[in-house]
Structures are given as structure tokens and as C-alpha cells.
Design a protein around this ligand. Structure first.
Ligand SMILES: NC(=O)c1ccc[n+]([C@@H]2O[C@H](COP(=O)([O-])OP(=O)(O)OC[C@H]3O[C@@H](n4cnc5c(N)ncnc54)[C@H](O)[C@@H]3O)[C@@H](O)[C@H]2O)c1
Ligand SMILES: O=C(O)C(=O)C[C@@H](O)[C@H](O)[C@H](O)COP(=O)(O)O
Ligand SMILES: [Zn+2]
Length: 373
């Protein structure tokens, strides 16, 4: 294993596992896999983009370590988190006679990870699962914590299971082939950790975002801080009965925008949607007199500076009206007995879970934002 690799433990009793982070780790994936799953075969799920770029290196590493492996390749993009692609992967998994003790290996971004984690969670009532995240978003967020699933027309991730991986291998070197748009989108989830409860990290990002985008130590640092932050929240609330909902900052608005745009990656990708969602969550917090405007301006300004969208009129192709968005928001998984829950803020790094948020206040706020657009 590369000498400078970092291990971040996710402490969940018998479901505990490590996130291994380092440059060049794909070459060590076979031995890392074997150390955790000594006898398993590997059913690699990946998308076309990764199949062309990084799958050969993974197959080579598995071969060298004596791991029997084959690959299932899906189309890239959010539209693959669907029943159709799910059925296709399940069919190949079962047709390939993969057993319970074998591992589904997700090589890709959050789409591959969420979809194949769901497959691993349900095929033969649960297979082993290894995440090899290749996008920034997947390395700092989606590969950790065991949320898996697919989208339906009513909303994001509405069908799925909690199924923790046995191991996460984050090779930071593979990020060199990620597009700038996708890197930037993943950066929104990095900044989220600062906005939730780590104002020093947000200040670090404001000062060092260029270095994070450029690669090198600042990027590795940002990925490790993000993973530690997520691991800590997941360890204290695996199934989102409380604190874990903080990780949903910006997502109530953001998920509605993704559903409203038909999960079209061409129009809006997840990180972009939640960048707008986090700006809206801070502006709405100002509207609700929970915080002064200065920090909300600071959040908007930072996202604008890095080139993320921050306004509804930046979503190409138009959006439903406020009532249409409220219909989508009503499907949010945090809704309890019909009441809306949002993650709101008292300032940078001071997010909190707000239950029973009046729908009329949200609708009125959105109508204003759409009107301003
Ligand atoms: N489970 C969770 O906790 C969690 C957390 C955050 C987001 N998500 C989900 O993750 C998804 C978004 O993930 P994403 O942003 O990784 O999108 P993605 O999986 O669509 O990947 C983005 C694009 O980059 C390409 N790509 C990925 N890695 C690459 C690389 N190294 N080189 C070249 N191209 C590469 C992919 O093929 C794809 O076209 C959404 O569905 C979101 O809901 C889940
Ligand atoms: O891990 C979590 O918990 C999160 O909320 C992380 C989010 O970034 C992620 O997008 C997640 O998939 C959203 O969860 P959902 O329960 O709102 O679908
Ligand atoms: Zn997210």
C-alpha cells in the first residue's frame, strides 16, 4: 500500500469498516480487498466512462491478488439510478451465480455506488459490498455511510436500503480524469461539512479552494477532513433517527430541483442542485430570522467564486412554479406525520435540524426566489 495512505475508521460495531484514502491505491485494490474478504469473488459494477479509463487497472490489481472478477457496465449519469438499470444489474448478478459471500464492487461515482449498493443489499438478501469511489463527490460522501438506492418520478432516492460497505478504497489519483464540472459539483458536498458544524474548515476552503481544485496536499486534506466528518456523524446515528439528517443540508430544496429536471445530468447534477439548495437554506434561515444576512452572503459568494450555481434561474430549461416544487418537497424522506423538516442555520458552521417548518413560509419564499429569477 502507498506509504502516505490514510485510514479513516467508520465505527459501527460489527458493521465497522475503513475508508482507505491515497494516491495510486487502485494498484493495491486486490490486496486491500483480500485482507477484508479473503475468499470472495468480485462483481464489479461500473459505468462506461470508468470502464474506458480505470477498469483495466482494477482488473489487473484483482488478477495479481488472485481475486476472481468480472464487470457489469451501465450507462453513465443520474438516469441509471432507475428500476430499469437496477433490474439489469440484478439479472446479471444472479445470472453470474454470484453468492451471498461474494462482493459487489462499485467502481464509479455516486450513481454507480448508490445503485450497486442497493443491488448488494437485496440480492440473495444481502451480499458483501466494496466501494471504490472515483468522483470527488463519491470519495467525500456517497461511498461512506451505507445509504443506497434509486430515484422514482416522485423524488430522489425514494427506493433503497441501508447497506454498509465492508471497505472503501479512495484513490485520489483517479480524480485527475474527472471533468471540471463534476469536480466542482463534488466540491459542494465538501463545503457542506464546513457549513454543518466546522466553520474553521469552511474558512480553510475559502482560503485554499484553488489548491483543492489543483490537486496536491490541500485536496487530500479536504477529502480526509470530509470523510472524518461524515464517519463521525454516521457512527453516532447510522439510520438517520437524529443527527445524521444534518448531512441533508441543502438537500430538501436540491432534491426537488433534481426531480423537477427529470434527473437529467445535462441540466443539473446532484452537487449543483445541493449548491443551490444550500444557498436557499441559508437565505431561508435569514428570512425566518434565524441568522443575520452576512453569513448567507458569505455562502453565496464562495459558491459563486468557485463557479457553482447559486440561483434558480441558473437551472437550464425552466422549473415548476412554487406549488409544483412544494409537491416534490412533500415527498422528502425527512417528512414526519406530514410536517416538513429542513436543515437550517444560525450562521456558517451552525446548522441545525428544524422540524415542523411551516409549508406556507417555504412556498412564499420559493415564489419570491422564482419571481426574482
Ligand atoms: N449515498 C449517499 O450517501 C450519497 C451522498 C451524496 C450523493 N449521493 C448520490 O450520488 C450521485 C452523484 O454522484 P456523482 O456526483 O459521483 O455522479 P456520477 O456517479 O454520475 O459521476 C459523475 C460523472 O463523472 C464520471 N466519472 C466518475 N469518476 C470519474 C473519473 N475518475 N474520471 C472520469 N469520469 C469520471 C461518471 O461516469 C459520471 O459521468 C447522486 O445520485 C446522489 O444522489 C449519494
Ligand atoms: O449520508 C447522508 O445521510 C446524506 O444525507 C448525504 C447526502 O449528501 C446524500 O445526497 C444522500 O443520498 C441524501 O440522502 P436522502 O436520505 O435525502 O436521500
Ligand atoms: Zn448529497
Amino acid at each position: 500500500m502507498t506509504a502516505d495512505a490514510v485510514r479513516v475508521p467508520v465505527s459501527l460495531g460489527e458493521r465497522s469498516y475503513d475508508i482507505v484514502i491515497g494516491d495510486g491505491l487502485l494498484a493495491d485494490a486486490g490486496s486491500l480487498f483480500r485482507a477484508v474478504l479473503p475468499k470472495a469473488r468480485a462483481a464489479i459494477v461500473t459505468d462506461v466512462n470508468l470502464a474506458n479509463r480505470h477498469l483495466p487497472a482494477l482488473e489487473k490489481a484483482f488478477l495479481a491478488a488472485g481475486v476472481e472478477a468480472s464487470a457489469i457496465v451501465i450507462p453513465p449519469g443520474e438516469s441509471s439510478k432507475s428500476f430499469e438499470v437496477f433490474e439489469l444489474v440484478v439479472d446479471q448478478m444472479i445470472g453470474g451465480r454470484y453468492e451471498r459471500g461474494d462482493a459487489v464492487v462499485a467502481l464509479g461515482g455516486g450513481v454507480v455506488g448508490d445503485l450497486s449498493g442497493f443491488v448488494a443489499g437485496v440480492v440473495r438478501r444481502g451480499m458483501r459490498f466494496v466501494q471504490i469511489p472515483t468522483s470527488l463527490l463519491a470519495q467525500v460522501d456517497s461511498s461512506v455511510g451505507g445509504k443506497t438506492g434509486i430515484n422514482v418520478r416522485h423524488g430522489k432516492n425514494l427506493v433503497g436500503v441501508f447497506h454498509q460497505p465492508d471497505l472503501v478504497i479512495a484513490d485520489t489519483g483517479v480524480l485527475d480524469t474527472l471533468s471540471e464540472r463534476e469536480f466542482r459539483a463534488g466540491y459542494a458536498e465538501v463545503a457542506k461539512y464546513g457549513l454543518i458544524d466546522d466553520p474553521d474548515f469552511f474558512a480553510f476552503l475559502e482560503a485554499n479552494w484553488r489548491e483543492v481544485f489543483a490537486g496536491g496536499p490541500a485536496r487530500g486534506h479536504a477529502i480526509a477532513v470530509s470523510c472524518r466528518s461524515k464517519a463521525a456523524i454516521v457512527a453516532r446515528d447510522e439510520r438517520e433517527t437524529g443527527d445524521r439528517a444534518l448531512l441533508n443540508l441543502g438537500h430538501t430544496f436540491g432534491h426537488a430541483l433534481e426531480a423537477a429536471t427529470g434527473y437529467s445530468s445535462a441540466r443539473l447534477v446532484h452537487g449543483e442542485a445541493i449548491a443551490i439548495g444550500m444557498v436557499l437554506a441559508h437565505d431561508f434561515s435569514v428570512r425566518m430570522n434565524l441568522m443575520g444576512p452576512e453569513d448567507a452572503v458569505r455562502v453565496r459568494r464562495h459558491f459563486e467564486t468557485v463557479g457553482l450555481p447559486t440561483r434558480l434561474d441558473q437551472v437550464p430549461g425552466g422549473l415548476p412554479d412554487a406549488d409544483g416544487l412544494m409537491t416534490l418537497i412533500a415527498q422528502d424522506k425527512k417528512v414526519a406525520r406530514g410536517a416538513l423538516t429542513f436543515i437550517l442555520s444560525r450562521g456558517v458552521g451552525r446548522s441545525f435540524i428544524a422540524r415542523d417548518v411551516p409549508p406556507e413560509a417555504v412556498r412564499h419564499f420559493l415564489a419570491g426566489e422564482l419571481g426574482a429569477a
